[in-house]
Design a protein around this ligand. Structure first.
Ligand SMILES: [Mg+2]
Length: 309
């Protein structure tokens, strides 16, 4: 039977569950400015695609700079409590029970059984080294953990509840620098000797493990998926900022969502699509670009009339 005929036969069949003969897929996505509107946190333009992906059995995995405490209410709102997540730019990985490995993971202690991994270094180590270098070099900075909730609210514009959640760090520590550029260079070198890195964010400098970026965490999750399922997934990544570049270079198919900022986002991934629209509308545009036309499971999901609108 010719390939086209086989495809026609396949598409004519009702199809409401993932086909094991097809390559499994993963979506890895930034939140702010990507799946969530930069200003309003609205994600309604992405809801039809989220519903389709869920129906197809494709995990949608948030990959964000937010802390776990900030992320948990958003996971609930997005309906993503059954999928893993990456928080603090890659310093924290959360695995729901279905993604855990009996030999490699201790049972999760949380209410929902999520196992937390710290691919970089523990926050206790980071804080201990910051204390050492501050005393030894006589440098001046304020760690987020040393700021009051009110100070964090003033610096970030977050409300009180979100500011409290933003202070609950596990694998990276933001700080405000109060010293000279020369002192900053010396400080950076000292941190590198500890296996730590210093990266600049919008408001804070962030101290985290050397390999604790979004790309490394995504690579780790893809390997975990492959180990559990015995098959390498086709991965699609979406993001709008410079801190998404390592993730976008790790996935098979990448989407740069048009940003609400002037920052340059230039991944080296050759399978790259840039959206016209911003935020969650751009997110849906990016998913549709890669998977909206040629995916049999999408057609099948539509045939089953399960698409949420
Ligand atoms: Mg973003």
């Amino acid at each position: 039977m010719p390939e086209s005929a086989r495809l026609t036969v396949s598409l004519s069949q009702p199809f409401c569950s993932p086909d094991p003969a097809l390559q499994p897929r993963l979506v890895l996505t930034d939140l702010d400015g990507s799946l969530l509107d930069h200003h309003s946190y609205d994600f309604s333009p992405a809801v039809p695609w989220l519903a389709r992906l869920k129906q197809m059995g494709v995990p949608v995995i948030p990959v964000t700079s937010k802390t776990r405490a900030e992320l948990f209410p958003l996971r609930e709102a997005l309906g993503l409590t059954g999928t893993p997540f990456i928080a603090e730019n890659g310093a924290v990985v959360g695995l729901p029970p279905g993604w855990c490995h009996a030999r490699l993971d201790r049972p999760g202690s949380g209410r929902d059984g999520v196992v937390i991994k710290h691919p970089g270094v523990d926050i206790g180590f980071i804080r201990a080294r910051l204390k050492v270098w501050r005393e030894r070099q006589g440098i001046r900075f304020s760690r987020m953990g040393e700021l009051s909730v009110l100070e964090v609210m003033e610096l970030t514009g977050l409300d009180e509840a979100r500011a409290k959640n933003a202070r609950q760090r596990e694998g990276s520590e933001p700080l405000i620098w109060h010293d000279t550029d020369a002192a900053l260079d010396t400080f950076r070198s000292a941190l590198e000797g500890d296996g730590l890195q210093l990266t600049q964010g919008g408001r804070f400098w962030h101290v985290m493990g050397r390999s604790a970026d979004k790309g490394s965490a995504v690579e780790w999750l893809i390997k975990r998926f492959t180990a559990l399922r015995g098959r390498t997934p086709l991965s699609l990544g979406l993001g709008d900022g410079p801190n998404d570049i390592t993730m976008l270079n790790t996935v098979d198919q990448a989407v740069v969502i048009r940003g609400c900022h002037d920052l340059i986002v230039e991944p080296s991934n050759t399978s790259l699509y840039r959206t016209q629209a911003t935020g969650p509308t751009g997110w849906a545009e990016g998913v549709a670009h890669w998977w909206g036309r040629d995916d049999r499971r999408v057609e099948a999901a539509e045939a089953c009339d399960v698409v949420a609108v």
